[in-house]
Design a protein around this ligand. Structure first.
Ligand code: ZN
Length: 451
């Protein structure tokens, strides 16, 4: 076997791992690079192997940094099958076309405001490309074994994190490879804990929080406080949230706060048609998370859903206090940018970040204290309060990762540490070496190893 790391090396985006078996070429995850420009440029370079030669793509989950490059692969000749869980397939049917739409909008805006070096700016892929990609999907059941070739099989095992997220376990001859995808948390209020795994000869492990622990604060208390003080000064709360996963999580928190009268009675808007679609899918798979069908329904009723662009823009003209949950989660695109353009400069308002902000994104810049933003080519001042909900992550922190690893019943031959900024990956490597004495590698971009 030969394993090549084509993404998520010393960064949290662009997950792509190429696995060559005797007779099959398999790509595990097919994510888009996001954040820093030098990373995003990699989305545009020629794929290192001919996409026609890839037989199967296996997705750990639907997040764009794990699935969003698929339409590019397809455009360049990939015609194989895409394996993933049923919920991941449904979520990709929402996320990928939206990603294509955002790329088209971005190119359109760049042409309109003239801020691209390319004349004319073209989208990486379109909504139509993304829709065609969906025809290649073949959803698999959890935990069942599916044949890849005569000697190899794959199983998808629930990983927590977000709806549909799985580990990818590949058995080839008598060796087992395990790809963690994104590892969920043991006590997530919405998702079930990640499955306990006991063996892997080779482990490809994420390290988003490899050097950090989540604060043990209750996000409900933090959220109640920040909403209350913002409303008291007449401001609006803008919550950038990933449409899939985080938006549903936020609705649940809002439901709990409203039910117990812990926040003032102000309107709550979910301004993301994609988050609405994702919420419907969330309800469809109610056995795969902690909220049953009845509770899911109540949670969904906590917000007013905004559909049209006009309705969305009207929100910015309303003078009363309100809560706007809108995508994208790292302020890289989507409707939330219009709200940020309106409310970031208002010192009465608050921007509440709820998830990991990758380096190079507007979200990461604001959290680091940057007070000047560029939105649609225009300079915006950030005068609003900036708040970060600290215990909301869908990723395990390093203690939670180590706890998950402690169930392995024998040493992996090697652990490849991926999906983390350099400090996080290195720090997790040291912790695993110290606690378990396992051999760990932090692979570089394009690093290949024969297993
Ligand atoms: Zn993810």
């Amino acid at each position: 076997m030969q394993l090549t790391f084509l993404g998520a090396t010393n960064t949290v985006t662009g997950s792509k791992f190429l696995l060559k078996l005797d007779n099959k070429t398999i790509l595990i995850d097919c994510g888009l690079f996001q954040g820093l420009k030098e990373l995003r440029l990699r989305n545009w370079v020629k794929f290192p192997i001919d996409p026609k030669t890839i037989d199967i793509v296996i997705l750990t989950h639907a997040h764009i940094d794990h699935s969003g490059y698929l339409p590019v692969l397809m455009k360049n000749g990939f015609r194989g099958k895409v394996y993933c869980s049923h919920a991941t397939r449904d979520l990709c049917a929402v996320l990928l076309p939206d990603s294509g739409f955002l790329q088209e909008e971005e190119a359109k805006n760049a042409n309109k405001y003239g801020y691209s070096k390319h004349q004319p700016a073209i989208p990486l892929y379109t909504r139509a490309d993304a829709e065609r990609t969906l025809e290649l999907f073949h959803p698999l059941e959890f935990r069942k074994k599916y044949k890849l070739d005569d000697e190899a099989s794959v199983s998808l095992i629930p990983a927590g994190h977000i709806l549909g997220a799985t580990f990818v376990q590949i058995k080839n001859y008598n060796e087992t490879l395990l790809f963690s995808g994104d590892l969920g948390r043991p006590n997530d209020i919405v998702m079930h804990p990640p499955s306990i795994m006991q063996e892997a000869d080779y482990l490809v492990l994420e390290s988003t929080y490899g050097n950090r622990l989540h604060a043990k604060v209750d996000p409900l208390i933090q959220l109640a406080e920040v909403i209350t003080r913002t409303v008291e000064r007449g401001g609006t709360i803008v919550i950038p949230a990933f449409a899939v996963g985080r938006a549903q999580h936020m609705l649940y928190l809002m439901y709990l706060l409203k039910k117990s009268n812990r926040i003032p009675s102000v309107p709550i808007y979910l301004d993301s048609p994609m988050a609405k679609d994702a919420t419907d899918i969330f309800m469809k798979y109610s056995s795969q998370h902690r909220l049953d069908a009845e509770l899911s329904k109540k949670v969904c009723e906590v917000a007013t859903y905004i559909n049209s662009k006009q309705e969305s823009q009207l929100l910015d003209k309303e003078v009363f206090s309100k809560i706007i949950i809108s995508a994208s989660g790292m302020l890289e695109g989507g409707r939330v940018l219009h709200h940020i353009k309106t409310f970031a400069s208002d010192e009465r308002s608050t921007i509440v970040f709820t998830g990991y902000q990758a380096a190079g994104t507007r979200g990461a810049d604001i959290i680091r204290g940057k007070r000047q933003l560029k939105v649609f080519g225009e300079s915006i001042e950030v005068n609003a309060e900036v708040s970060v909900l600290s215990n909301m992550s869908a990723h395990a922190d390093y203690e939670e990762i180590l706890e998950w690893l402690s169930h392995f019943n024998h040493h992996p031959k090697k652990v490849f540490i991926t999906h983390g900024e350099p400090e996080a990956a290195l720090s997790l490597k040291e912790k695993i070496e110290e606690r378990f004495h396992w051999t760990c590698v932090v692979p570089d971009y394009m690093y290949t190893e024969t297993l």
